[in-house]
Design a protein around this ligand. Structure first.
Ligand SMILES: C[S@@+](CC[C@H](N)C(=O)[O-])C[C@H]1O[C@@H](n2cnc3c(N)ncnc32)[C@H](O)[C@@H]1O
Length: 206
């Protein structure tokens, strides 16, 4: 009964949500697409030549947005789940916490990446603290991967949740990147603790 009410509420929320309607109208696979559009408007890190890695890419909204901008660059998307094909987007089905993934990604285009974006979120358990902690772990894993596959002026952008792990992640980002900012796009639901961290310029000798 409880589950029924909460799924009814979810459906109601989806119907009344401007960004859900817009994503359907514009053919995006997720409402998250609008977060990347806003983040790129704010920080301007994706251009027509960008070589981009999209971590936690499924169902593909961010890859669709990147593909519209990137004309001469390349896109590699990675998710633990299978992703329906997007033209001109390469895809690897893998867990980013698996230690073999680094080599696969690093050698994929035989070039370093200009941008790594990560919208990875752990499967929700209903326990908000645990979920935010697990997503924090995945953000750390994405950051570790990013600093090794990015070119020296590269950009790492990732979702994380405000909460106990936020400070730890922010401090770690400041150790590895020259410029670090956080930003919550308008399209991110107000009630969500989600925020995005934007990092530019890798300290390669750290
Ligand atoms: C919020 S969705 C991403 C939405 C995507 N940015 C879009 O616009 O369509 C989060 C994704 O992270 C993926 N994910 C979770 N844990 C992962 C892991 N360990 N390795 C790779 N992907 C993972 C999930 O499968 C899910 O598809």
């Amino acid at each position: 009964m409880k589950k029924n009410i909460s799924s009814k509420n979810w459906i109601k929320k989806q119907h009344s949500d401007f960004y859900v309607r817009e994503s359907k109208a514009k053919g995006y696979r997720s409402r998250s697409a609008f977060k990347l559009i806003e983040l790129n408007k704010k920080f301007g890190f994706i251009n027509k030549n960008t070589i981009l890695l999209d971590l936690g890419s499924c169902p593909g909204g961010w890859s669709q947005v990147a593909k519209k901008i990137i004309k001469n660059g390349k896109i590699l998307a990675v998710d633990i789940k299978e992703m329906e094909k997007i033209d001109k987007v390469e895809f690897i089905k893998a867990d980013i916490e698996n230690k073999d993934i680094f080599k696969k990604i690093y050698f994929y285009f035989e070039k370093e990446f200009d941008v790594v974006i990560s919208d990875i979120a752990a499967n929700t358990t209903g326990n908000k603290n645990l979920d935010s902690y697990k997503t924090g772990d995945l953000c750390m894993a994405s950051m570790n991967l990013a600093k090794n596959v990015l070119q020296v002026n590269g950009v790492f952008l990732s979702k994380l949740f405000m909460g106990s792990v936020f400070k730890e992640i922010y401090e770690k980002a400041k150790k590895h990147f020259k410029f670090v900012r956080t930003y919550k796009p308008q399209s991110s639901r107000k009630e969500s603790k989600e925020i995005y961290i934007y990092c530019k310029g890798v300290y390669k000798n750290f």
